[in-house]
Ligand binder design. Sequence first.
Ligand SMILES: [Fe+2]
Ligand SMILES: [Fe+2]
Length: 280
Amino acid sequence: MRIIQITDTHLSRGKAHFADNWAPLARWIAGQRPDLVIHTGDITVDGAEVDDDMVYAAGLLRDLGVRWRAVPGNHDVGDAAHSRQPVNGERLARWHLHFGADRWVEDVDQNAGSWRIVGLDAMLLDSGLPEEAAQDAWLDLVMAQAAGRPIAWFLHKPLFLNSPEEADTGYWAVKPQPRARLMALVRRYRVSLVASGHLHKAHEVVSEGTRFVWAPASSFLVGDMQPAIPGEKRLGAVLYELDGPTIAAEIVDVPGLREHWLDNVIHEVYPRPSSSVGSR
Ligand SMILES: [Fe+2]
Ligand SMILES: [Fe+2]
C-alpha cells in the first residue's frame, strides 16, 4: 500500500504565483502509482475568502486521476480565533462542498494486516466551535474502535515544534490545551504516525515511539519571516509504504519544482494591513 502525502500547494487561478509547481507534482504522483494521496491542507491560496480558489483547486485534485483525501489548512477554512478569517460554519460548509469531509477515518486492509488512517481538522482546535467538540467525541470513538490496528494521523498543523510539553508557539503549531488532549490519545493508543504540513519545512522526529513527519510544501519556502524552528527548507512530498504493521516514510524531492520564496511575493499573495507571520 503506497500513500503519498502532499501539502501546502497554495493554488489559485487568480493568484497563480505557485501554480507552475502543480504540473510537475501531478506528473510525479501519476508516475508513483499511489493507492491514495492525502493532502494535508493549505490547498488554496485563499479559499477561506475566495470561492474560486476552492473550485479551481478541487478540480486539479480530481484531475489527478488518483484516489485522494484532504484535511483543511488555515488558508482553506480560516484559523481558530483569527481576527479577520476565523474558522466558522460558513467556511467549513464551503470546504465540505468542494473537498468533502474535514475529518475522516479509513481502514486500509492489506495482505498482512490493516491500518487505521485518520484525517483531522486541525483548524477547529481551540476554536470553541460546536464542530470542535463534535470532532473530539468522534476522535475518542475512532481511537477506541481501532481494534488493535496501527494508527496514522494526518492533520495540517504539527502538534508541537520542539517538544510535546512546550508552551504556546503561536501561529505555527497546535495550542497547548488541545495538544495535551491529542498527545494523551497518541500515547494511550500508541499512534504510529502523526503527519502534518503548514510549516513549509521537512522534518522527521520519533518521540516516545511515535513518528512525527512534517511534509514539505510543494508551493513555496518561507525565508526570514519564519522564526528558527526545526526542519529543512526544501520542497517535495512524502512517500509512505505500508507493509503489514510497519510504515516506511520517505521525504522526497519532486522533479521540476521551482523554489519560490513567499517573502518575495507576500505583498501580492497575502496583502494585509500588517504582514505579520500571524497573517499567513
Ligand atoms: Fe501553507
Ligand atoms: Fe498553513
